[in-house]
Design a binder for this molecule. Structure first.
Ligand code: IMP
Ligand code: MG
Length: 168
């Protein structure tokens, strides 16, 4: 496994993002909505650095793209989502690839009547985006490689690695 981003570098960047989020919300409470399962570690580290009142909840999203490049429908499981009416939302995912997941989820949450919605991703793969969405917070831009660790998986494995590695 080739290490792309080491543990210390991630830690530093997550702390920077937390500072920027806290600065933007300026003491107002936010609801962090994590996209399972990849967000797991990022959300856990981010919220512990956030110096504002935080609620945490999760949604699950899966797309059926298979081997084709045709973007399939996004299946959203929001059964764990509380009432987000009038709340400031920070939608958190592990990686922005085609942008399908984040753009669809942002639209979905927006229709639930939240007050505001911001998006944060740990990683953004360059040259892959098909859906127009600009994340408000992004940890690192990476080349078009399949990566694992720090929540990201291959066949549900490697999520526990403390670094971002390039799978070969
Ligand atoms: P998008 O909808 O194409 O932006 O895909 C985002 C989702 O695809 C992420 O939430 C990940 O679960 C998954 N994904 C995309 N690229 C990778 C990768 O390199 N490693 C692991 N998961 C990935
Ligand atoms: Mg995911």
């Amino acid at each position: 496994m080739k290490i792309l981003i080491d543990e210390g570098t991630i830690k530093k960047r997550v702390a920077e993002i937390a500072k920027l989020v806290a600065l933007e919300f300026n003491g107002q409470p936010i609801t962090v909505v994590g996209v399972l399962t990849g967000c797991l570690i990022f959300v856990a580290d981010l919220v512990r650095q956030l110096d504002i009142p935080v609620r945490i909840c999760f949604v699950r999203a899966s797309s059926y793209r298979g081997e084709t490049t045709v973007p399939g429908d996004l299946n959203i499981d929001a059964s764990m989502l509380p009432d987000i009416h009038d709340r400031n939302i920070l939608l958190v995912d592990d990686i922005l690839d085609s942008g399908h997941t984040l753009s669809k989820l942002k639209k979905y949450l927006g229709e639930k009547g939240c007050r505001s919605i911001r998006t944060a991703v740990l990683l953004r793969k360059l040259g892959r985006q098909e859906h127009p969405i600009e994340p408000d917070y992004c940890g690192f831009e990476i080349p078009d490689k399949f990566v694992v660790g720090y929540g990201l998986d291959y066949n549900d494995e490697y999520r526990n690695l403390p670094y971002i590695g390039e799978l070969n």
